[in-house]
Design a protein around this ligand. Structure first.
Ligand SMILES: [Cu+2]
Length: 157
């Protein structure tokens, strides 16, 4: 092959190399950009998770076949989510609604709070309620109201 015939080929090869390397750099910077973006996103997600875990401390009341709420009185900060777990064999309810109880004096709600009723919570099941209004909540278990199955949630401001 003579040099005059090889030159166009060399030129073409150089052009291809320039295009490939240019493209490669572009792809590489794109990849780096994506990685940096992902790292940033992960950091922000981790921050959100930390913030969330601070405000979502777990508060649990267990319900037993001894017809008790344990602990009978639980104090939580405003906005706390309380979960009732039925560890016994019989169904219970978490009811703070004067319209549903046998004796209205067994329940009370802070002013402005909405009455609530879990409905039957069967053996092994659980039910949660978030408390947004500070104050004292006296609640009962509907089927065992007469047996004195009652509890109190105190929500601090
Ligand atoms: Cu009960």
């Amino acid at each position: 092959m003579s040099l005059s015939r090889a030159l166009p080929r060399i030129a073409a090869l150089v052009l291809v190399l320039v295009l490939v390397s240019g493209c490669g750099t572009g792809a590489l910077s794109g990849l780096l950009g994506t990685t940096a973006g992902k790292a940033k996103q992960t950091a922000s997600q981790a921050k959100n998770a930390t913030t969330k875990s601070k405000s979502s401390q777990k508060f649990t009341v267990t319900m037993t076949d001894e017809l008790k709420f344990d602990p009978p009185t639980l104090t939580v900060p405003k906005g706390a989510k309380v979960t009732w777990q039925n560890k016994g064999q019989v169904a219970h309810t978490v009811t703070d609604d004067p319209a549903k109880v046998a004796d209205k004096s067994h329940v009370s709600l802070p002013e402005g709070a909405q009455p609530f009723d879990s409905g039957p919570i069967s053996a092994g099941a659980s039910w949660s309620q978030t408390f947004k209004t500070p104050g004292t909540y006296h609640y009962v278990c509907l089927p065992h109201e007469a047996a004195g199955m009652a509890g109190t949630i105190v929500v601090t401001p």
